[in-house]
Design a protein around this ligand. Sequence first.
Ligand code: SF4
Length: 111
Amino acid sequence: MSESSRRDFLKGSAQLIAGAAALSALGVAQASSHGGGKPAVNGLSLDAGAGDICGTCQFWGGMRKVSEDKAHVIAQSMGWCNNPESKSYRTLTAADKKMQMSGIWKKWSVL
Ligand code: SF4
């Protein structure tokens, strides 16, 4: 790899990382605007006992963790719905999105 192409590669990588960080921050901002959860220092804090929302659903593929006291789920991003029975299947949803269909939400197994 020549010196100029290496420089271009590094420059492009830095721009990609900056873009990903900006999108991640945007995801948290969008999630917190849906109103179901409370903005937390490191994401959106959701009641771990809440049903029919993406953040507590087994099928949700976003960045999340359970609080130490297991009372809350802290979500840090939008996430993919991986439930083929849902209208939101294979789309990005906010952690506090309310499930529109009944009977297909399943509690996250770690809760
Ligand atoms: S849209 Fe429904 S099935 Fe999909 S992740 Fe959210 S709560 Fe779960």
